[in-house]
Design a binder for this molecule. Structure first.
Ligand code: A2P
Length: 285
């Protein structure tokens, strides 16, 4: 943890001491992808260890209570979008105009501080899956974030022969963060060195949109039901012997896909009981 010690900034005798924000981390960069989406990087607490795919609580200090003058932090669960080996931490967020946190978080700039509680948890981790041959990442919207971490994690390519990433968004611009990240993997020094040149050929990327024209239109669930997704990808429908999956999207999507995976004969796993697929809800506020 950082900045846990209350700091007195030369407070005058008649005013209470100003406390430094607990668990503060400094913003190092911010990128806005659309009017609804942005990503940012912050410093990483020196002692923080996490597994690629996990999430932490992050946020900002709320306004002072007019009566008591006390400030409470506004915290939300955010998947860590950077891999476990990265010296900084990356997050990918939606901007909700009236959202208690994101209405303010979207305005952060390098040098600003955010709160980051150093207690990573989550089920979208390799440990929660039994060994398999093909790994599916199913995302909608900002649900891509944990996969941005896992796609940069060497274990993903060590453990699997093939990685299929599907990403369904409303509009084409919402795919850009993921598309750019996947494209950048080809030049990822660590992965090329550890896994070997051409490791990225294991990735099959399947982006789709539902409300704006793009190369592939439709919800991934419908495209799988009709068989179109499997035909496009040149792979067989999921098989519990070989296929493993991680799901991260909005609630309706998670539930629908979960039912489909159960239908293919896959079983839901957890850290305490690894199985064939795992689910996590994407942050929305
Ligand atoms: P749609 O536009 O048909 O609702 P959101 O931004 O609302 O979280 O949605 C992100 C993407 O997830 C959208 O493309 C949306 O499609 C899609 N989606 C929403 N619900 C489901 C579902 N039950 N199954 C598959 N895709 C879904």
């Amino acid at each position: 943890m950082t900045n846990m010690t209350p700091v007195t900034k030369g407070a005058p005798a008649d005013k209470p001491a100003v406390k430094a924000m607990p668990d503060a981390q400094t913003v190092t960069s911010v990128e806005h992808w659309t009017d609804r989406l942005f990503s940012f990087r912050v410093t990483r607490p020196a002692s923080l260890r996490f597994r690629s795919g996990e999430f932490v609580m992050i946020g900002l200090m709320g306004d002072a209570d007019p009566k008591t003058g006390k400030q409470k932090p506004i915290l939300r669960a955010y998947s860590i979008a950077s891999p476990a080996w990265d010296e900084e931490m990356e997050f990918y967020s939606i901007k909700v105009p009236d959202g208690p946190l994101t209405s303010r978080l979207q305005h952060i700039k390098p040098g600003d501080e955010i709160i980051l509680r150093p207690k990573p948890v989550g089920t979208l981790v390799h440990d929660a899956l039994l060994p398999g041959k093909r790994l599916w990442f199913f995302a909608t919207g900002t649900g891509f974030a944990p996969f941005a971490s896992l796609l940069r994690e060497p274990q993903t390519y060590e453990d699997y022969d093939e990685i299929v990433i599907t990403h369904t968004c409303r509009e084409a611009g919402e795919l850009t963060y993921g598309a750019k990240l996947i494209d950048s993997l080809k030049d990822d020094e660590l992965l090329n060195e550890v896994i070997g040149e051409g490791f990225w050929k294991k990735i099959k990327y399947y982006p789709t949109t539902t409300r704006e024209e793009s190369a592939k239109m439709g919800r991934i669930t419908d495209l799988m039901r009709s068989g179109e997704a499997f035909a496009d990808l040149g792979v067989e429908p999921l098989n519990p012997e070989t296929d493993r999956a991680m799901i991260c999207g909005n609630l309706a999507f998670n539930l629908e896909l979960k039912e489909m995976l159960d239908g293919y004969g896959l079983e839901e796993g957890a850290n305490s009981k690894p199985a064939q697929y795992v689910v996590e809800k994407a942050f929305l506020d």
